[in-house]
Design a protein around this ligand. Sequence first.
Ligand SMILES: *Cc1c(COP(=O)(O)O)cnc(C)c1O
Length: 444
Amino acid sequence: MSRNPSISRRRFVGSTSGLLLAGALQTGSVAEEAVEDALAIRGGPSAVPGGTPSLPIRWGEPEREHLEALLRQNTLFYWRGPQTEQLAERFREFCPLKYVHNCSSGTAALHIAVAACGIGPGDEVITSPITDIGTVIGVLYQQAVPVFADLGANTYNLDVADVERKITPRTKAIIPVHLTGNPCDMAALKELADRHNLVLIEDCCQAWGARYHGQPIGTVGHFACFSLQNSKHVTCGDGGMVATNDEDYGPLLQRFGDKGAGRGLREGGGFHAFATNYRMSEPQAAMAAAQLTRLESIAATRAKLGDLLSEKIAHIPGIEPHQVHPEDRAVYWFYMFRFRPEAFRYSRADFARALRSEGVAAQAGYIGVPLYGEPVFQKHGFFAGRWPVREFGLTEMDYSQTRCPEAEAILQTGIRVTIHEAMTEEYILAAARAIEKVARHMAA
Ligand SMILES: *Cc1c(COP(=O)(O)O)cnc(C)c1O
């Protein structure tokens, strides 16, 4: 085939009998460029001919074994349940903490942590505005006040300097969210938390198998909170894990996950605090325990593929790869690069659409707006349209005044690329070529 970029479409059509022309002819508007190099969206050949590999069914033998064992049990209740105990044991292989409690969701895990460390009405908790709303639901239910800090431009994680600016005498905790499984700057956050006597609650929901400077994710802060929801690296449909080494908070995890009941205690039983029912049953624990046997391979594969994508797109003008500290293992729940609008003639949506045509699973953005931009925050309507702590003067927080400029820019200029464990290095190399191709065609 001709490599002459100035060849016209007509001459090209006339000089080949290529199969790829079928697509080109349908779209009709091929410019003065070689069809073989044209964007797939304009009828050229796709850069990833096989398209994006799909993620096959994620369960099989290990899950069958656990579920069969479950059928021989005479109870499906978590307390002293064999599946729950195995789940805790396997969890400790990834997150070696003394007190481990399974619960119904990542949201529940975070709520249990917030309650266990005594966060209460009017207390402030600093966290990320780009996260699942489950990060702050427990904070609000304890009548505390989420305070949003801005993010690093390419890590999408808490900017420690801005966290420090947001600290007030009411601040009680920081919830760093390891977004997409990219570890936050935990040494700096821990130093800040220690200096101000704050609790550090790690939201590891997207970070199964990640490592901060070689250390298992969740082991720097006071609490590690994980989700086992269906979209996460490992799952039981819905579930969560909360863990700590803290001798004061540890014994409270079970209570705050189970209506306040201190089970198995000779002394100190009975109800000393109020809590909801966040229990996980044995069938979920069986699935989760089996899923954890797959985790190291899932995490290692995603880490390798995401890092490879960064390496291969780092040189492309107008594209900023996902930034991971070289000593960390990011596990890419998804990959996100930033698109510099001034470097391109087309919009981010056009860029993402062109990538999909090339065969790359890509989407413009992540959540639509930062959490504080959601109507429930703008209207302070958390409890059936009302917000008691503000009505009673325990906070003056006004989310309509909150601004995190970098977080807002990230949501407007991020392009998300799917990464999963069924992908190969070949696919990632082809995806990188597709990004380069689209960037070259759309460059300003
Ligand atoms: C999924 C997720 C949660 C909430 O987990 P659920 O199990 O859905 O309640 C919280 N934080 C982050 C960062 C998440 O990705």
